[in-house]
Design a protein around this ligand. Structure first.
Ligand code: ASP
Ligand code: MG
Length: 261
């Protein structure tokens, strides 16, 4: 991939795609970023409570479903989101194409419902990125070495976004969430909680260990290992001043890619 083309990964959580209308709003955010970055990869979670709904649907059929079949079912949530987002972008006259985790070359262990990413081979995405298309990837899922559909554990779409950013040498990952950023304390419990504008990985781990579940812990470890910067932004106010938190890398980006954490 030509290094001069600026590349970014944008991640949208379930809250940002909770209604059919929300796809049009996040398409606008994506198109705004596309003006600045030639290569834009978007990772999306399942809509609202879809994953929970699919799990309870499975349990109505079998209270203890085989984990392989559960992964087959719950990976569908993200697939709904990526196809709808590609349709929303197409409605705005923009070229976008959606892929599942396995089509995107997200290779995992075979631990169904808690698989770890072992490698990312995004060959199928490259020609579309080179041609300027917006590439949309289903979060939370991959394919095991034996070809089975796997999922990465609850909240795992964050890790999909970071793994793709590492494999594609993106400048950073922006996470669009239903919070203003990362706070020093839980803002729902503590009224004095302060929004932090910038954090080291270590500080982010400390805050997350104290209960803030803003990002999937595994994704922060993976980012640290590869010196990738992460930014958390509120999807409804992403353009405002004094919002968002950046987790900075102090080091230059590592060229040696590692998915081990
Ligand atoms: N949809 C999955 C979950 O709810 C993955 C994610 O949201 O990141 O856990
Ligand atoms: Mg979700």
């Amino acid at each position: 991939m030509s290094p001069e083309k600026k590349c970014i990964v944008l991640k949208f959580g379930g809250a940002s795609v909770s209604s059919p209308e929300s796809f049009s709003s996040i398409a606008d955010i994506i198109l705004q970023r596309k003006k600045e970055y030639e290569k834009v990869i978007v990772v999306v979670s399942a809509m609202g409570s879809t994953t929970d709904d699919l799990i309870s649907l499975a349990q109505k059929v079998n209270p203890n479903p085989p984990r392989r079949e559960l992964d087959m079912l719950i990976s569908v949530g993200e697939r709904i989101s990526v196809s709808l987002l590609a349709m929303a972008l197409s409605a705005k006259g923009s070229e976008a194409i959606s892929f599942t985790g396995s089509q995107s070359g997200i290779l995992t262990t075979d631990d169904h419902s808690d698989a770890k990413i072992v490698n990312v081979k995004p060959q199928r995405l490259l020609p579309h990125l080179e041609n300027g298309k917006i590439v949309i990837v289903a979060g939370f899922q991959g394919m095991s070495i034996s070809g089975e559909i796997t999922t990465l554990g609850r909240g795992g779409s964050d890790t999909t976004a970071v793994a793709l950013a590492i494999a594609l040498n993106a400048e950073l990952v922006e996470f669009f969430k239903d919070v203003y950023g990362i706070y020093d304390k839980d803002p729902k419990v503590d009224k004095d909680a302060k929004l932090l504008s910038s954090l080291s990985y270590k500080e982010a781990f400390q805050i997350m260990n104290n209960g803030a579940k803003v990002l999937h812990a595994r994704c922060v470890r993976l980012a640290e290992k590869n010196s990738l910067s992460l930014k958390v932004l509120p999807f409804a106010h992403y353009n405002e001043k004094n919002v968002g938190t950046i987790i900075h890398s102090q080091e230059k980006r590592k060229l040696h890619i590692s998915f081990e954490i």
